[in-house]
Design a protein around this ligand. Structure first.
Ligand code: NZQ
Ligand code: ZN
Length: 390
């Protein structure tokens, strides 16, 4: 295994009723003014908003609301939130939602304590912290990104047409409340997309060196099997608490840095999806579902031993009479079949992307990372995107 240092500063409270049980006590640890940040209004329809506001009011908090955080949150929305925080002398940000709300809140927590050019100094290049970001607590309402237990914040700069993420340990939420029953009202399509995002995170870590025996890969295989099994259960019965709680914790486990320990990690698929998102605003998990199998067809031969292991350990494909490469390809095909089975899009057309989109420009704008079995070029990414369109 490669060398590593491990720390995760987020305290997680997991399970049915956790908000009611712990939020009042947790919010006492900060000052009096809480900014309640949320998305487009799902929390008002499913009752989560009322529950949280009552708890905060009963504990005498001064509440500032920051609604309307959109999916794929924008840099302008971050600046709007930071202004509200500064004007109201907010002591704690409480983000209620999914990856978009949590990521936007993390960026606000830096922006509200920084007077320089946030984008240039923290997103374009790695930031230097000479201050502590404003404390953030989160209540997760849709599982998938795992943003609740890391410092990752993916922001879209619409002017620059760049969607990019940074993971600052200083931005880990101070606390994260995860009640699986809060995810019952998530539309099926989003539930599936979120679970696929989780699977994608695990695969992006798993398909990278080192390949010799290591505990991160073994945990990853168990997690992948768990996501697949419980997503199938949750599709059959969205109110299945066991399935929803497994999916929720899988999402956190995939992105709380544990399975990254000792691994190089890839995340090239995420780089491609993020730029696709910057140009089209497509749904994150759905974009990944289209790109993954095609990207894997491109790198499968170079990483055939690992893809063959994926076939046998995750999909239980018998290795009898198969070459390593045949087995590796069978693993990618199993992933492709699963994407179809769960009803995710398999082409950019199904994702609703118009044929006049400039895929070459998108390919050229993608970050190229070096963690994969085969380092991409802009030309190969363009080929992949064209194949995604067919
Ligand atoms: O906005 P509202 O009305 O709340 O509706 C949301 C939104 O439309 C809805 N929703 C959330 N909880 C619900 C609910 N609907 C009904 N009942 C509930 N309980 O779900 C929709 C999607 O929410 P969103 O937060 O956008 O989805 P997700 O959690 O997939 O987050 C996506 C964002 O996270 C980034 C993505 O790139 C994307 O911008 N990512 C963040 C990562 C990180 N910080 O570690 C890693 C990921 O790879 C990812 O890049
Ligand atoms: Zn993701």
């Amino acid at each position: 295994m490669n060398n590593f240092i491990f720390e995760n500063r987020t305290k997680v409270f997991f399970g049915k009723g956790c908000v009611n049980e712990y939020l009042e006590c947790l919010s006492k640890g900060y000052g009096n003014t809480v900014m309640v940040a949320y998305g487009g209004g799902s929390i008002k329809r499913n009752g989560i908003y009322d529950e949280v506001i009552n708890i905060l009011k009963n504990s005498g908090k001064n509440i500032v609301e920051f609604p309307g955080i959109m999916s794929n949150p924008t840099y302008n929305k971050v600046l709007e939130g930071a202004k509200l925080v500064k004007n109201n002398k907010v002591d704690l940000i409480l983000g209620i939602g999914g990856g978009s709300v949590m990521d936007c809140c993390k960026a606000i927590s830096i922006a509200s304590r920084y007077d320089g050019d946030l984008w240039k100094d923290f997103w374009e290049r790695p930031g230097v912290f000479e201050f502590e970001p404003l404390p953030l607590g989160v209540i997760v309402t849709v599982a998938g990104t795992g943003s609740e237990c890391n410092g990752g914040s993916v922001i879209t700069n619409e002017e620059l047409k760049v969607k990019t993420g940074r993971d600052y340990p200083q931005c880990n939420p101070k606390f994260a409340l995860l009640d699986p029953t809060y995810t019952f009202s998530v539309p099926k399509r989003q539930m599936i997309s979120g679970a696929f995002d989780t699977l994608s995170h695990i695969m992006e870590i798993y398909f990278s060196e080192p390949d010799e025996s290591n505990v991160s890969d073994d945990i990853s295989e168990a997690l992948m099997r768990n996501v697949i099994k419980n997503l199938r259960e949750a599709i059959k019965d969205p109110m299945n608490y066991t399935a929803r709680s497994n999916l929720m914790w899988d999402a956190t486990m995939a992105e709380n840095r544990i399975i990254k320990l000792g691994k190089r990690t890839d995340f090239e698929c995420h780089q491609i999806e993020h730029q696709l998102g910057a140009y089209t605003n497509c749904n994150h998990g759905e974009g990944l579902a289209v790109i993954h199998p095609i990207y894997y067809r491109h790198i499968c031969e170079a990483g055939q031993l690992k893809f063959a292991r994926f076939a046998t350990e995750v999909w239980k494909i018998p290795n009898k009479d198969k070459t390593t490469l045949d087995l590796a390809i069978a693993g990618v095909e199993a992933l492709e079949d699963f994407i179809k089975e769960i009803g995710l899009p398999t082409t950019l057309q199904e994702l609703g992307i118009m044929s006049n989109i400039d895929l070459e420009e998108i390919a050229r704008s993608c970050n190229i990372v070096k963690g994969s079995y085969k380092v991409m070029t802009p030309e190969e990414i363009y080929e992949i995107l064209k194949e995604c369109y067919e």
